[in-house]
Every structure is written in structure tokens, then in C-alpha cells.
Design a protein around this ligand. Sequence first.
Ligand SMILES: NC(=O)c1ccc[n+]([C@@H]2O[C@H](COP(=O)([O-])OP(=O)(O)OC[C@H]3O[C@@H](n4cnc5c(N)ncnc54)[C@H](O)[C@@H]3O)[C@@H](O)[C@H]2O)c1
Ligand SMILES: [Zn+2]
Ligand SMILES: [Zn+2]
Length: 339
Amino acid sequence: MLAAKVFGKEDLRLVEVERPVLSKDSTEVIVKVKAAGICGSDIHIYHGENPFATLPRVIGHEFVGEVVEIGNKVSGLEVGDHIVIEPITYCGKCYACRQGMPNVCKELKVSGVHVDGGMQEYVKIDAKQAHKIDKKVPWTTAVLAEPYTIAGNATTRGKVELGKTVLIQGAGTIGQLILRMAKAKGASVMITDVLDSRLEFAKLNGADKVVNVLNSDVGEKLNEWTNYEKANVVIDAACTRQTFENCFEYASIAGAIVPLGMSEEPSQIAQKPIMQKQLTIYGSRLQAYQFAPVIKAIEEGLLTDEGIVTQTFSIHDIQDAINLINKEPDKVRKAVITF
Ligand SMILES: NC(=O)c1ccc[n+]([C@@H]2O[C@H](COP(=O)([O-])OP(=O)(O)OC[C@H]3O[C@@H](n4cnc5c(N)ncnc54)[C@H](O)[C@@H]3O)[C@@H](O)[C@H]2O)c1
Ligand SMILES: [Zn+2]
Ligand SMILES: [Zn+2]
């Protein structure tokens, strides 16, 4: 069977690998992959810029498929089930797991990063990683479940809810999904970017206010919008040094900040706003317990793929997909590989 494997910096190859087999008395299942999304972090691995990834690696952590074989210790799944794969495994015992944060488990393993991921024709996963999804949901919609869980986690961590004002910095794919999630949770949302095209799309996604930081002062716009309170929750989905530093100015009294970036570049932040406004900073890595609510919302049509999946490519053309994302990022919100 075919697998898309990164061997080194900008060295992605489609290789022939053995189809996985179940061991005796297994709690695992074999899944025929139907669709896999390409994420910014796959592109980081391709460019040798993901500090967590070990190579060579079959990339892909946003993937869905059909159950084709089931270990004899598995219950609750049947051959033919459509599933979304939760791309993490964890120990269930360490401090983080005991705190309800398996996403930062000391033994965390992420598919497509620490172990082989979804850009291959078949994968073997633990049955615990399989979340059933209604067969009426198209594969190219189901594949957005994982990125929506990122939005679910960020908004859950930041306690986004009805009656709160939320500022999202960055209207890229993640920013747009967070916007849809924050609106679904009843918040009022302002979103910023440097590209008008992304802000136009944000308006279609329900943004209450859009601001291009290149020609407007976000602090002033926030003051007008919130009567000088500023944003109750600031989510940084642009993840530059500047946008991270801005969070502390743009947050309201008693506000929350959710930074999503993984940059190692230090920032300059004064202590005063954190103390004076008694801010809370919530880290948000991947997701914990978000698959069930996200899948339910997708099945009910509350969260959609409308306008998000911009291209689909066959696994044979994965290099073309990556080249397009690199050369013309403005044309791609989410490229999906289909099998
Ligand atoms: N914490 C997590 O679990 C997690 C998961 C997924 C992605 N991420 C991170 O989230 C970030 C966003 O991901 P993405 O795929 O949407 O990336 P993206 O590149 O599509 O989006 C970033 C957006 O920020 C905009 N931007 C740049 N400078 C800005 C500024 N000064 N003010 C406002 N907007 C600005 C860009 O124009 C772009 O639209 C990335 O840094 C990614 O690594 C984190
Ligand atoms: Zn992703
Ligand atoms: Zn653990």
C-alpha cells in the first residue's frame, strides 16, 4: 500500500509499505483511510521546522476512514463504521492525565508527528482513538473534525460563552474555525488579519467586526466596539511575536488570553497588565475531550465545511498539494487528500 513519508527537510516520498496487521487479542482496529487534511504543522514537518516530529514519518493527523478489521478485544465498533481518528494517545495515569489534560500527557504521542499518521491507505489505531460519525456526513466534511477540535479546545480553555466579547488575531484556517466555534457558543467576535480577502471570508463566517491591522488601530477599534472594556477573551491565531505581545493590551479586566503559537522566540511582556487586570493565560495544545461535541455539531450541521475545504488531491498528487500551499497560500484554506 502507499504511504506519504517525510524523510528529511523537503524530502517527501510516496513509498510502498506493508499493510498493517492486527495482532492476536488486539484492542486495535484497521482503518481504510478515506480523507486526510493537510495542516500547517504538516508543512512545518516538511520544511524541517516542527520541533516535536521525529523522522522518517508518515505525516497526517487530520484523517477519517472506514473500519475494515477489528481486534477481538474491541467492543462498540463494527466493520463498515465511518470514523474520525483522534490523533493522540496518552497514558491515563500521569499528572496531566489526572488533571483532565491527556493532550499534554508525559507520554503523549501524536499521529503524524511521533508515530506514523494518516497519509497512507490503511492505518492501525487503538479502538479508543476511533470516534464514529454518521455515514451521511461526506468524508471531506468529517475530515474537518480534528481542526474544529483545536477551536473547541481554545474556546473551552478561554471560557468563551454567551455574552462575552472575543478578539481573534489571525483569520487563517484556524482563526476562521475558532470564529465559527465562538459564534456557535454565542459570543460576539472581532477578528483581525493583514489580508482583506481573509477578513471578507470572516464576515461570511459571522464575524461581528473585522479589522485589518495594516490600516486600523486594533486598540481603538476594540474601545469603540466594547465601550473601552476591551476583549474578555483574546485568542492568538496569528502567533507572531507582535500578536502575542498585543494580547496583554487587548484583554479586558478579568480577561483571558489563549495563545496558540509554538514559536521559541522570546517576547517582551510587562508584569503590570497581568497584575492590574488580573489576567489568566490559558495554554492550548491540540485538544482534550473535544471530538464528541465537535462530531455531534458536524452531524447536526452546526459546524460545516462551507468555504473551508478549497482543494482535494489524490494521494498520488500530494507533492502538488504541498507545492500549492507553499507557493500560493492565499488560494488554500484546507487542502484535503482523498483515497
Ligand atoms: N496550539 C495548537 O494546538 C495549534 C493547533 C493548530 C495550529 N496552531 C497554530 O495556529 C496558528 C494559525 O494556524 P493557521 O493554520 O490558521 O495559519 P495561517 O498562516 O493560515 O493563519 C495565520 C493568519 O494570521 C495572519 N496574520 C499575520 N500577521 C498578523 C497580525 N499582525 N495580526 C493579525 N493577523 C495576522 C495571516 O495573514 C494569516 O491569515 C499557527 O501558528 C499554528 O502553528 C496551534
Ligand atoms: Zn492540524
Ligand atoms: Zn498521561
